[in-house]
Design a protein around this ligand. Structure first.
Ligand code: ATP
Length: 916
């Protein structure tokens, strides 16, 4: 839709926009001249809307998905189905047209089920991917606003900050220490420095330092620039048109199972050939009889529906996680989440609400309590429980002024509700300033900001430079108290500037922090009005310490129960925060951390040797004053001890730790695009409880995969054992090949599909996490499969022989055998729904909607199969008498009871073993 300018001639002055008459000209560095339209305050909303209509949304076309026909045909890319189709052709060739038609019909029904379910799964995954749309910060009509990156148009002024993903191709106009990681475009992973100097038109992409390209990541600094190309006209748009592909729904486990299924198919086919030879030469069956028998053996033995059902179970897991606010970006995370053994979580906003309120302020002489709730600028100050007028303490006012001006946030009121635009902590400072009687906007007019050192987690401070209108200037700094104390020489007390008393302040910090406050310090330094650019050298010495503020940030209500749930699930939770260690400890205790006393700080982590860190990383649950690089070391230390680690993060510098973790979890609201790109999972609500919900869903998915396997394999086992036994012993087949086909491709698939939708088992979060490399088929499951296969064999054969002994003809006895098989399946489904815990509970017996739908479908189909005359023609069935039906049902119930007994015996043995 959108077009690139004919010649983005960087060197010649013109920065082309799509249409020549609306262009910016960068005549020389720093002097950006507007030619006709885009003014320094950005586009007007009307103009932006007009351009959006003209150029289309700033979005790359979605990767091509398979069309319905391709998807339907893909259902036949299955060796077994191909063998069956071949068998249908052969059967027709030898004149058995009915049989051929039945084989074909059954293949079609099977493909239709797969087609419909896979379609739904793909659709929901697409919808989930769309939830992660990028945002851009633009300047329109002089106002800074966050808009969906899709709405950007050529000519928009875009503001770039660390962690942002560049939303379009942008000619930079103003930069401050800008560095961009262009790996997405050039493959070069070292960030490159950007500037505004024009470069020659023909330099390669990697050297175009005055441009920021769509899809690359801002790793450092700030910039403003003008959009010159959007959507497919961008450099990344050109590449991705070539690369666009849908990620297949595959995880290591699914691939492993698909390999197993292929191996099994080939083995079974080989075995079937041997049985064929045996039957024809050793048992005198005719070749055509034996042909159908081995086809049915193949169908009986191969779990054809399994891979599709497992894929669907995975997709449903992803969907359920999204409903619980955890958006999966990379599918293997679904599996890994289920085996997470340690969750390392940020504090602010994840375990706490990130709704800050200043509750206390400490100056060189006094401590004040601050009233009011939320961000509303209402509330008074008190000292020693007596109301206090702020203007009585100039140090307090100076502190509030610094806090209000060294600030990027804005407070907004709507219908009496006050909210923050920007960092909640800074919003709290604005509300505090109001409460001391200052109006931050008026203050900003008196002391306009000239420059800023933005907040970075590793520096833990922010500084601003202001000039007033009378020729003087001042620097304000706010940040972590212990950091600021090293930068100050003096302090303000009783209207005077005196020597800094670090002990006094350290005591005050400890005191505030022990009450659970987040503590922030403010400082200032006068400077001269020729000072135009703020550097670190300007603020690292001789500042005057103004005071401290203590803020509360209440824990999220659900955090404590989520932490407790982790404890019962054998998952260790660790808090990694940039906050003060005393604050961190107080909050950890409020949330109920197992070990909140023992705190390790960032500097202490640095001092530890590798083996010591491994030990301490496991022992300690609270890490304070930690920077992003400490997160990386902690992940590595925990992984070295064999743990499966989930790690949260939001900033651009958290990306390495997120990437390194087994499951990187980025914050959807607070997080930068860089963090989201690096993470496997994004939390739509930044909430710790959502990680735990995702882990629970991860365990559920894994359980459901197991259930589908444990359900299908014994059915295949029982059926094939029956056929092999009949052939080897030279007996009549208890079930005909076509009947086997019916059961396997229709009844079994319909029933097994219900397992993909199973809810979480009651004990899912009260058992320890499984090992990442634990084989899917443990000894326990192998035993279950072998035992149930045998029971199925006995059921099928027993009922067939029982009917024959009762004097029924073979066709009638076979109908009874098939119905027995299906009834056994239905009862086994109820048993398998709870692998270890009892199924005979009210909840277990009532089932779930998908289970009931599946059972009802199978029952109806089975009635048609047994009593409809067309079915008699195709499958050679006979109506079954009511009393015989009752016996069949009794066999099913007996199976369920037997399996329940087995569960209890196993549980008893497990508890005995545990006691020993
Ligand atoms: P988390 O718990 O999620 O790691 P955090 O907010 O505790 O987050 P950071 O955001 O890294 O950690 O902040 C660390 C410290 O930096 C804070 O305790 C505070 O002292 C200081 N700080 C935070 N935000 C600002 C800011 N906007 N301006 C100045 N200093 C800040």
């Amino acid at each position: 839709m959108s077009r690139r300018s004919p010649d983005p001639a960087f060197g010649q002055g013109a920065i082309g926009l799509a249409d020549g008459d609306r262009a910016w000209h960068a005549a020389a560095p720093d002097t950006v001249v507007e030619s006709t339209v885009t003014a320094p305050e950005g586009l007007s909303q009307a103009e932006a809307a007009r351009r959006l209509a003209a150029y289309g949304p700033n979005r790359l076309p979605p990767p091509k998905t398979r069309g319905p026909v391709r998807r339907f045909l893909a259902q036949f890319e299955n060796l077994l189905i191909q063998v069956l189709l071949g068998a249908a052709v052969l059967t027709a060739a030898i004149g058995h047209f009915t049989d051929a038609a039945v084989i074909l019909a059954v293949c079609l029904v099977n493909a239709a089920i797969g087609f419909a379910q896979e379609g739904k799964a793909e659709e929901s995954l697409r919808a989930i991917r769309d939830m992660l749309s990028a945002q851009a910060t633009v300047l329109r009509e002089g106002k800074r606003a966050g808009i969906p990156a899709e709405d950007l148009v050529p000519g928009d002024l875009v503001i770039l900050e660390p962690g942002d993903k560049v939303p379009a191709d942008i000619r930079l106009l103003r930069v401050k220490n800008l560095q961009i990681d262009e790996a997405a475009l050039t493959g070069e992973s070292v960030p490159v420095a950007k500037g505004i100097e024009p470069v020659a038109a023909n330099v390669p992409l990697g050297d175009r330092a005055s441009m920021a390209y769509s899809g690359t990541l801002v790793t450092y600094g700030q910039a403003t620039g003008v959009v010159v190309a959007t959507a497919t006209a961008t450099e990344i748009g050109r590449i991705s048109r070539l690369l666009a592909q849908v990620e297949p729904l595959a995880t290591p486990l699914l691939r492993q199972i698909a390999r197993f299924a292929r191996w099994l198919t080939v083995t079974v086919l080989g075995f079937a050939a041997l049985v064929f030879a045996f039957g024809v030469f050793a048992r005198d069956y005719t070749a055509s009889e034996m042909f159908m028998a081995v086809v049915s053996l193949a169908v009986a033995a191969i779990p054809e529906g399994l891979p599709a059902i497992l894929t669907i179970a995975m997709a449903i897991g992803v969907q359920r996680m999204a409903q619980r606010h955890a958006i999966i970006r990379r599918l293997p995370a679904v599996e890994t989440l289920g085996s997470v053994s340690v969750i390392c979580s940020d504090k602010t906003g994840t375990l706490t609400k990130n709704e800050m309120t200043v509750r206390a302020a400490v100056t060189g002489e006094n401590r004040y309590e601050v009233g009011g709730v939320g961000y509303a600028p209402h509330g008074g100050l008190s000292r020693d429980q007596r109301e206090f007028l702020p203007e009585e303490d100039p140090a307090l006012i100076a502190m509030a002024q610094a806090a209000a001006l060294c600030n990027e946030a804005r407070l907004r009121e709507h219908a009496g509700v006050w909210t923050v635009e920007g960092d909640p902590m800074e919003g709290a400072l604005l509300a505090f300033a109001h409460k001391t009687g200052l109006n931050p906007e008026v203050e900003a007019r008196h002391l306009p900001r000239i420059d800023v050192i933005p907040f970075e987690a590793e520096h833990r401070l922010m500084a601003t430079l202001h000039h007033d209108h009378t020729g003087s200037a001042v620097i304000f700094v706010k940040g972590a108290p212990e950091r600021l104390l090293t930068m100050c020489a003096t302090q303000r007390a009783a209207g005077e500037t005196t020597r800094l008393d670090p002990d006094y302040w350290h005591r005050a910090v400890e005191h505030l922090a022990a009450e659970g406050h987040r503590v922030l310090a403010v400082a200032m330094r006068p400077t001269h009005s020729t000072h135009g650019e703020l550097r670190f050298d300007d603020i690292d010495h001789d500042l005057t310490f103004l005071g401290l503020v203590g803020m509360i940030d209440p824990p999220r209500e659900e955090a404590a129960s989520a932490v407790a749930e982790c404890r019962s699930a054998g998952i260790r939770v660790k808090m990694i925060t940039g906050d003060h260690h005393v604050t961190a400890r107080a909050i950890a205790a409020q949330i109920g951390f197992a070990n909140s006393r023992d705190v390790l700080t960032g500097p202490e982590i640095e001092a530890l040797s590798e083996p010591e860190l491994r030990r301490r990383a496991w022992e300690v649950d609270v890490f304070a004053r930690a920077a992003p690089e400490h997160k990386l070391r902690l992940v590595e230390a925990l992984q070295a001890e064999g743990h499966v680690v989930a790690m949260t993060g939001d900033g651009v510098n958290d990306a390495p730790a997120l990437r390194r973790a087994d499951v990187g979890v980025a914050m959807g609201v607070k997080g930068t695009e860089a963090a989201k790109e690096a993470a496997e999972t994004v939390l739509a609500d930044d909430n710790f409880a959502s990680i735990v919900a995702a882990v629970r869903e991860g365990r559920t998915v894994y359980d459901n995969l197991k259930k589908a396997i444990v359900f299908l394999l014994p059915i295949n086992g029982g059926e094939s054992l029956s056929i092999v036994a009949a052939i080897l012993l030279g007996l009549t087949l208890p079930i005909t090949p076509l009947q086997i086909l019916w059961v396997n491709m229709v009844s079994s698939v319909a029933l097994a599909l219900a397992l993909a939708f199973e809810p979480t088992e009651p004990d899912a979060m009260s058992r320890p996490p499984r090992a990442l490399r634990e084989p899917l088929l443990s000894g326990f499951l192998a035993w279950r499969i072998a035992m149930v296969s045998t029971l199925f064999l006995l059921g099928i054969f027993g009922m067939f022989e029982w009917a024959i002994v009762k004097g029924m003809e073979v066709a009638e006895a076979r109908t009874i055998a098939v119905n027995t098989l299906v009834v056994l399946e239905v009862f086994y489904l109820f048993s398998v729904r709870y692998l270890r815990t009892p199924s005979l509970t009210i909840k277990g017996v009532l089932g779930t909607r998908p289970v009931l739908i599946a059972v009802a479908t199978v029952v109806v189909l089975q009635f048609i199969f047994t009593y409809a005359s067309v079915m008699e023609r195709f499958f050679d069935t006979r109506p079954v008498a009511f009393q015989d039906g009752a016996v069949i049902l009794a066999v099913g119930i007996a199976l369920l009871v037997l399996l329940e007994l087995e569960k209890r015996v196993m549980a008893f043995l497990r508890s005995r073993r545990a006691l020993r």
